[in-house]
Design a protein around this ligand. Structure first.
Ligand code: ADP
Ligand code: GN1
Ligand code: MG
Length: 369
């Protein structure tokens, strides 16, 4: 459904005249629009976004986090004299009442960002350099947000990367079988259950204090960092709704999930799914060039984290398939099942290549950044 973006634009302090708007991007959660404006004679684009309040139950808290994080990153870049500070951080345009969000007549929460020009996100990786640059940018984002003031950020989705709880949610979905599909996915259910022990490895290390809690992005898929169209440099980390307390391993793991495979996340031909070790090597080098704060336990689990987050994502797609596709946007019937099978095929490939990946991490950890 296309919203009335002209009406939405009037809720914000635009200081520009609305021309038109189009649905934009390929995110699975929010409704994103790119809007064209005339700003005192200049054509300027903005992003208007409806927050998915089915997924984010407390949009006010989401926007408190986003406002704090974006302000902090921008201030840090400005203090360093970065000449492109507003291209390297998201900038919220305030609503008429000064808040970072506006509520429309139907109770939807909206926000508006400056459109980052000359950079784009990729649904499918094209070269090793993109992997290096994306990982470097996400590591730098962790550096930038590490010392954010004002106390702990809100947990916008509690237990977001608690993989054992994700497996429990899958078990509940199997029991409820809301869409009557459980009997058709027995192989996928068995695949997930066989890996129950993997699910608690990182959360156990966090609980015992071996792995520290950090401010992390938690949704570091490749298309959530915009790469410069000419230099491929990671310009701006976007999609900050889940930036909250987490583990650096969640972030590295999701980079592996989305930037190391040989094909896109929803390719139904699982014979094409595998891990590209050169891309993995580039991710490790890019991430370690900026994430210089990692402790030994974090380094020792970098390779495993890719498997964990891919397994978790596959479990989430399977759960949503069983629930009748209520969480992730789908473009065709069976889309979530295709995604699940693809992710599980990638888990298999990561398992087969784990020793080689461990070796790549060990070699890279010895080289000073
Ligand atoms: P979702 O949570 O649905 O993934 P995102 O915040 O990632 O939503 O936005 C969806 C897409 O819109 C992104 O993948 C990106 O291509 C584009 N996008 C979002 N914010 C901006 C921005 N400020 N400038 C340019 N493109 C953006
Ligand atoms: C969603 O919003 P988007 O498309 O960047 C999801 C991630 C999943 C990803 C799978 C808030 O990310 O957790 O890993 O889809 N975001 C949320 O592609 O659930
Ligand atoms: Mg996104």
């Amino acid at each position: 459904m296309m919203h009335n973006l002209r009406a939405i634009s009037l809720l914000f302090q635009m200081r520009a005249d609305f021309i038109d708007a189009q649905v934009y991007g390929s995110g699975h959660i929010n409704d994103t629009y790119c809007a064209l404006y005339d700003q005192a004679g200049c054509r300027v684009r903005y992003i208007h976004q409806r927050i998915n309040h089915h997924v984010f139950r407390n949009p006010v808290q989401v926007m408190e986090n986003v406002a704090r994080v974006t302000r902090h990153v921008l201030d840090t870049l400005l203090a360093k004299g970065d000449p492109e500070a507003h291209r390297r951080s998201l900038t919220c345009i305030p609503a008429l009442d000064g808040k970072p969000y506006a509520i429309d007549s139907e109770g939807n929460f909206w926000r508006t960002y400056l459109f980052i020009e000359g950079a784009r996100g990729y649904d499918e990786i094209e070269c090793n350099e993109q992997a290096f640059q994306a990982a470097k940018a996400f590591g730098e984002f962790q550096n930038l947000t590490a010392n954010i003031k004002g106390g702990r950020l809100h947990e916008t989705i509690p237990n977001f990367h608690h993989t054992s709880k994700r497996l429990e949610a899958l078990e509940a979905a199997i029991r409820n079988d809301l869409a009557g599909r459980a009997s058709t996915v027995l192989a996928e259910i068995a695949f997930a259950r066989a890996r129950a022990a993997d699910c608690s490895r990182i959360t156990d290390l966090i609980a015992s204090g071996v792995i520290p809690e950090r401010v992390t992005h938690n949704d570091t898929k490749l298309n959530n960092v915009l790469l410069d169209e000419t230099t491929a440099e990671g310009i701006c980390v976007i999609d900050l709704d889940t930036t909250m307390p987490g583990s650096a391993l969640y972030d590295f793991g999701d980079m592996v999930r989305t930037a190391a495979p040989t094909t896109r996340e929803d390719n139904p031909d699982v014979a094409q799914v595998g891990v590209n070790l050169n891309r993995f090597d580039a991710l490790v080098r890019g991430y370690l060039s900026t994430a210089t704060f990692l402790n030994e336990a974090e380094l020792a689990n970098l390779a495993f984290s890719g498997k964990l987050i891919t397994l978790e994502c596959g479990i989430r797609f399977l759960t949503d398939h069983l629930d009748g596709d209520t969480y992730f946007k789908i473009k065709r019937p069976g889309h979530n099942l295709d995604r699940c099978r693809n992710q599980f095929a990638f888990v298999r490939s990561l398992e087969a290549n784990m020793a080689a990946m461990e070796e790549i991490v060990a070699r890279a950890s010895l080289v000073p950044a």
